[in-house]
Design a binder for this molecule. Structure first.
Ligand code: FE2
Length: 349
């Protein structure tokens, strides 16, 4: 997202060109319907830069940028002899009002139904968040679990595991049939490493069997920007990954208060999945900027209790986080979080 007026105008012209209409005839609804990477910003950014949609279109037509904002009278140096007010300015408040929907680990699994994904699609259709972040582990891929014995995985099939996740994605995609949110997918340990294991001992099968590359291409076809497993990507001012490391050993940040630990180790706003725990922590620095860490929980099936999670599943939280953003400054993203549990999604949407 950008706040640069020049780029915003380019985005308006690009949207008009894509839709085959004149800039002056472009409606805000049409503009919102084009992919985010074409229009490059939210409507909120347009209003802040140009005041109104018509003024923005007029600027796009004429190429004339709006005048710089007026200097407040009490800050103007109209009386050089007067003692100037040296009170520090308040910290910048990057109010955006945009919504970021965070979908934690969903663990689509062939043994469990995918109804929760159509519930979530209804939420998306109604709320229309500008950005959707999926924290990875969308697929469970139990058939490729290296921690399970052959006995435990007897009957599991790679194809069935993949199909469960694609079916879930088709259900979810119904949510953005009327608009085009930005979609970011941070791949989890149940995806890239498990698929990579198919060829790790038989490299000659690379390209012959379904692999990480195929998975990422499939996700891209659904409009997701994919961050491979262990890569960190900035989304709305937050550092986002399936999990973030506690140090150079690369182990996931854990502990009793994971949000606080994430800030201790990484010093920036973060959103992660992986632990399946719901946790939020916010701190404020001496300049008034806020740092927020979000552990997004779990959106898997309520009946998913297996050998590996038998003693921990009761600590997981099932639902999603809807964040109304107040700042999208790099590393200083924060917002008002509405935690919506899976049962509440079904009831309300
Ligand atoms: Fe997970």
């Amino acid at each position: 997202m950008t706040h640069d007026p020049v780029r915003i105008l380019d985005g308006i012209r690009a949207a008009a060109a894509l839709l085959g209409v004149r800039v002056r005839d472009l409606s805000i609804k049409q503009w919102k319907s084009v992919p985010h990477d074409v229009r490059v910003c939210s409507h909120d950014a347009v209003y802040r830069a140009f005041g109104s949609w018509d003024d923005a279109k007029s600027a796009a037509d004429t190429g004339r940028l709006p005048p710089p904002p007026n200097v407040p009278r009490d800050m103007a140096d109209t009386n050089p002899g007067r003692k100037r007010d040296t009170t520090p300015a308040p910290p910048p408040v990057h109010t955006t009002g945009e919504r970021l929907l965070v979908i934690p680990d969903a663990h689509a699994h062939p043994d469990h139904d995918n109804e929760r994904f159509s519930d979530l699609a209804r939420l998306i259709r109604q709320v229309q968040p500008e950005t959707i972040l999926c924290c990875g582990d969308w697929w469970d891929m139990a058939s490729l679990c290296s921690h399970s014995s052959t006995w435990d995985t007897e009957g599991a099939r790679v194809q069935a595991d993949l199909d469960a996740g694609w079916d879930a994605m088709h259900e979810l995609a119904d949510g953005w049939r009327d608009y085009s949110p930005r979609r970011v997918f941070t791949a989890g340990n149940h995806e890239d490493p498990r698929l990579a294991s198919l060829v790790s001992s038989s490299p000659h099968l690379d390209g012959f069997v379904f692999g990480v590359r195929d998975l990422h291409e499939g996700l891209a076809a659904f409009g997701w920007e994919v961050a491979p497993y262990k890569e960190t990507v900035e989304v709305c001012g937050y550092a986002c990954a399936h999990y973030l490391p506690s140090g150079v050993m690369g182990r996931a940040v854990g502990g009793v208060n994971q949000g606080r630990s994430l800030q201790t180790h990484g010093h920036v706003s973060t959103i992660v999945g992986h632990s399946h725990i719901r946790n939020e922590y916010m701190s404020t620095d001496y300049l008034g900027d806020r740092v927020q860490s979000i552990n997004a929980g779990f959106y898997g099936h309520e009946d998913m209790v297996e050998g590996w999670n038998r003693n921990t599943h009761q600590m997981w939280w099932r639902g999603v986080a809807l964040v109304t953003l107040q700042s999208v400054a790099r590393g200083r993203g924060y917002g008002d979080i509405e935690w919506i549990s899976a049962s509440e999604i079904r009831r309300r949407f």
